[in-house]
Design a protein around this ligand. Sequence first.
Ligand SMILES: Cc1cc2nc3c(=O)[nH]c(=O)nc-3n(C[C@H](O)[C@H](O)[C@H](O)COP(=O)(O)OP(=O)(O)OC[C@H]3O[C@@H](n4cnc5c(N)ncnc54)[C@H](O)[C@@H]3O)c2cc1C
Length: 456
Amino acid sequence: MKKRVVVAGGGLTGLSAAYYLQKQAEALEITLVEASDKFGGKIQTVHQDGFVIERGPDSFLKRKKEALELVEELGLEHEVVSNHTGKSYILKDGELHPIPEGSVMGVPTSIKSLMETKLLSEEGKARALNDLILPKMPAFDDTSVGEFFKYHLGEEMVDHIISPLLSGIYAGNIYKLSLQATQPQFIKVEKESRSLIAGLRAPENTNEGKFATLKSGLSHLVDKLAESLNQCSLMTGTKITGIDKQEQHYSLQLSSGQQLLADAVIFTIPHDMTAGLLQAPYLKNKQADPNTSVATVAMAFDEEDVKMDKNGTGFVVSRREPVSITASTWTHMKWPHTTPKGKALVRCYLGKAGDDDIIHRSDDELTQVALENLSTVVNIKKQPHFSVVSRWEQAMPQYPVGHKQWLKDVRGRLQEDYPNVYLAGASYEGVGLPDCIRQGKDAAKHIINSNLLSRI
Ligand SMILES: Cc1cc2nc3c(=O)[nH]c(=O)nc-3n(C[C@H](O)[C@H](O)[C@H](O)COP(=O)(O)OP(=O)(O)OC[C@H]3O[C@@H](n4cnc5c(N)ncnc54)[C@H](O)[C@@H]3O)c2cc1C
């Protein structure tokens, strides 16, 4: 008899898990269960008046191979476009300042650009240069991203350059975010070179990641993936509401009232939901802050009605700046394919750790806040033709210091209590799209290599 695998959640992680299971194991009966009425989770593309608007992620890092590999396997390579590299800025004291050239995630690699920036005071620059002579940080198992960069480069650098750049990815408090789980490459640089500035200047590290997306929007990847799952049973509009462990298998309760039997389950839904379904108190991570909520406001204009730097692609906002937006992407500049000729598309982000209530305001209010904040640095002559507001409640997982060890322990205990139940997705080993694909693929591999198949 075929073994039954249920994949919980049809975001990119769940779709990838089902895809690699189907590809590598014909002897499985695979069911993918998605609560909402469509697949994709946070990936949602809107097509309106010739614009391609992403409500959630707009691109993926090319340096992490899993996304491009999957895109090619699905025959979508002709759709791939890379970002237009222009100037990005940081908003500080009401003005846009260019991010010092050659920075890697805010860490300077060019002393000249560091000396020229107006983002730091003379003391702040001198403190950053201390990194060249400081010893390594005293040994640690894990520390926060904020403490690590503060030690090497000083608090000013963290507040005005590093924190705004990282907040765009995690919308979190970087003094709580785990270095090991979110930015492990910097631990390697410190280990090898002691100084971050010197280590990142080495030729192999100067290549900052470039981004790619699909011309017709990232939902095309989701649609292709779902279409390729022709050996799987696909359920949408169906929530998993419970799981019981029985002698030889699991019984999953569905919102439709049905039951689904499974020999193995991959949970790719947000962790707090998984923790609510399994009887395993150790799944609650006491160190973790609640996921942060964010909103995005995409606004469509005539090009002549918004005046910004012709080579600019957008800005992030310094930590103590008194505005509500945290970043703004000038999408028509960064991704020209998204915008009809003569038009402009600007996306603003709102919501950060400890200050995410703002997302509950109405669409009109959020659009007005975004416009007001934006117009302090961009000359906007007319209201947008339309705006697309997207709210992402508790969508950004926060990996606290010690996250990796916690995950290792939890996975170990779970395999004893719930054999063949796996955890994958943005809550665990990376929030980026390539990380999600890799986690789906790894979960599939675990099942294929487990003794489950050898018992068929
Ligand atoms: C605004 C925003 C911008 C972002 N930008 C980028 C970017 O540019 N690049 C990048 O790489 N990443 C970006 N990210 C992160 C990335 O989008 C996510 O980390 C990734 O899409 C998560 O995929 P996932 O499958 O793990 O989870 P999700 O997409 O959250 O999918 C989980 C799925 O599980 C379903 N579900 C929940 N509960 C149940 C249940 N009980 N039963 C069945 N189904 C259930 C949900 O409906 C959902 O479809 C961004 C995220 C946001 C919010």
